[in-house]
Write a protein that binds this ligand. Sequence first.
Ligand code: ADP
Ligand code: MG
Length: 698
Amino acid sequence: MGTVSEYFGSLVFDDRVMKAKLSAEVYQSLKKTIDEGAKLDPGVANAVAAAMKDWAVANGATHYTHWFQPLTGITAEKHDSFISPAPDGGVIMEFSGKELIKGEPDASSFPSGGLRATFEARGYTAWDPTSYAFIKGKTLCIPTAFCSYGGEALDKKTPLLRSMEALNKQALRILHLFGNDTVKCVRTSVGPEQEYFLIDKEMYEKRRDLKYTGRTLFGAKPPKGQEMDDHYFGVIKPRVAAFMEELNEELWKLGILAKTEHNEVAPAQHELAPIYTTTNIATDHNQLMMEIMQKVAAKHGLVCLLHEKPFAGVNGSGKHNNWSISTDTGVNLLSPGETPYENAQFLLFLCAVIKAVDDYQDLLRISVATAGNDHRLGANEAPPAVVSIFLGDELNAVMKAIETDTPYEGTKKKQMKLGVDVLPKFNRDTTDRNRTSPFAFTGNKFEFRMLGSSNSIACANIMLNTAVAESLKIYADRLENADDFQTALHEMIRKTIKDHKHIIFNGNGYDDAWIQEATEVRGLLNYRTTPDCVPHLLDKKNVDMLTAHKVFSETELKSRYEITLENYCKTVMIEANTMVDMAKTEIAPAVETYAAEIAKAAAAKKTLNPSLACVYETELVKKLSRLVDRIALQTDELEAALLDLSSAETVGACADAIRDTILVKMGELRLACDEAETVTAKKYWPFPTYGDLLFGVK
Ligand code: ADP
Ligand code: MG
C-alpha cells in the first residue's frame, strides 16, 4: 500500500473521481443535485451509473447494493450482481440509471411499526446523491433512503435529510435578515467521537451473555477496576495498536477521516474521533465505522463491544455528537465573529440552540433512548438523564450582561451592546472544561454527550436540527415583521435568555444535588428510562413541531414510538432469557459441583481423623448451598415474570412491566450469582471473569 494521501478515499466515488470520470456537463448537473437538491435528469443518472459501474469494476467490485439504515439501528444491504447475460451466451457488466436511483429490497422483515400494513407491502430505496457511493469488499454500496410506497419513511436517513432541509430553510431566512445574500445553503456538521471496548475473542466466545446481548449479565467486581486511572491516555498495547493501525487504513480508504485514538478511562476501553463533516455523511460514516471496527477486531482475534454498558461497575461507552451549523461560504454560525454584526448573528444562533434544547429537552432525551443507554445515563459516569446546557464562564457572563443590561465583566469590562460591541475571543480552555454536561458549548460548536455508543447519530441530529429550525422560524417570523431590526433583535435575545436560563448549568452534572435542583427548583425534565420518555414523542407540542417542519408525519411518529419501545422490550427479554439459561445450565451446576467437591474433601478428612471439625468446609458448603437455593428461586421468579409479560396488552404496558419487574428481578438474580462467583474456586467458574475480560488483551 502506498502513502496515506495516495490511498485516502480510494474506495469512494467522491468529487475527485466524479470530476475525472464524468463529462463536464454531467458533472455540473450532478453537482447541482448534490449542492442544491435539484432534480436529477434520467440521462444524467444513466451516465453517472455507467461511470460508477466502470470505476467500481476497475476497483474489483462485482456486485452493487443499495445501502440503507432501517429502524433496526444497523445498516442493511442486498447485493445484486452487475452481471447480465449477453446475446452471445457470455456476460456483460451492466448498471443503469434506473438501478442507481431506485431499488426494491424485500423489506418485509424490517421493523415498520405497522406502517407497511397500512400502506404497501413493499418499500423502496432511493439514491441519496449527497452521500458518496463506496466499495466495501467486492460490492459497490450506494447510500439510499428507504421509504414505503406511500412515501412514509422507514429509515433514519429520510427524516435526517428532511431535518437538514428544515434547518437550512429557516437559517437562510435569518441570514437574509442580516443582509447576507450570498449564502445559498446552510448545513449542520458533526464529528462523532466513538467509544468502544476491545476484548479477547476466545474469552468472548465462552460468554453467552456477551454473544447474545453484547453485555455481561453476570460478573463480580474484579479486585482492580478503573480506580487507578492508569488506562486513560496510557500506552496502547501492541495488539490494540495493530488493530488501530489496520482500522485507520480501512477507514481512510473509505474517505473516513479517523483522526485521534486513545485509551479511555475504563480498562480495555478506547475512543476514535473522526474529523467532522456534513451531518448526513457523518451519519453514514459513523455506521460504517462501527461496522468496520467489528470486522477489523475479528481479524486480530479481538471483539469490539459497542454496547453502552458491557460491564457493571465500569464506565460505559458513549458517543459525543459535536455539532455546528455552517454556511456553504465557509462560515461557522456558532463561532463568535470578528465584527459586531457577526457577533449579534452568533448570539442569535446561540440563543436559537438554547431555546431549542430547553423547549425540546424531551425529544433530545428520547433520541438517545435505548435499553442499553438507560444503564449509563445518570450512573455518575455519563451525563444524567436531565438535559442541561454548559456555556462556560465567559459566555455566561455575556448572557447575564445582556439579560440585565449591566456591564459585561469579562476581559474588557464593558457594556455589551448588540450590534455595536465585539465579543471577546473566548478562551477554548474555559469553554471545554466541563466534561459532565449533557450539552456543552465548546468554543465554536456544541457537544451533545448523551448518545450511547451503539446509537445511530441520526436520531439525535434529527431532533436537534428540527428543534433549532423551530427556534429560528419563530425568530425569523418576528424579525421579518419588526419595525426596527436592531431593537427587535436585542429584545428577542434578551427574552430568550430570561425565558430559558434555567436550562443553563455550569456545575457538576454528575452530582446528585444537581438532579435535585434541576427537577425540584428549575423544573427540568428527568426521564430516567426509555419507557419513561418515549411516550412523550407523541405529546401534542412535539407532534405539532415535527410535522410543521415536515420532518415526520404523525403516522411516522406513531410507528417510531412503537418500534422504539418494541426494541426496548425485545432487548431486555433476550437478556432475561439469557440470564435464566446461564443461571440454570452453567452457574448453578458449577456452584453445586464445587460444593460437592468441598463436602467430599471434608468427608475424606473425617475418614482419616473423625475428630476433625472441618469448620471451613462445613461453613463453605452451607454458604454455597444457600446461594444455589437463592439462585434457583430467583431464576424461577424471573421466568414467571417473563411469562406474565404476555398479559401486557400494549407495547407501552409491556415496557413498563419490564422496567418495574423484569429489570428488578434480573438485578436480584445477578446479585446472588455474583456473590456465588466470589466464593467459588476459579477453576469451577464456568466462564471468564471480569478480571479476565478487562485485563485479557496484552
Ligand atoms: P477535543 O474534544 O478532543 O478537544 P476537538 O475540539 O478537536 O477535540 O474535536 C472533537 C470532535 O469535534 C472532532 O470529531 C472534531 O472533528 C469535531 N469538531 C470540531 N469542530 C467541529 C465543528 N465545527 N462542527 C462539528 N464538529 C466539530
Ligand atoms: Mg468529546
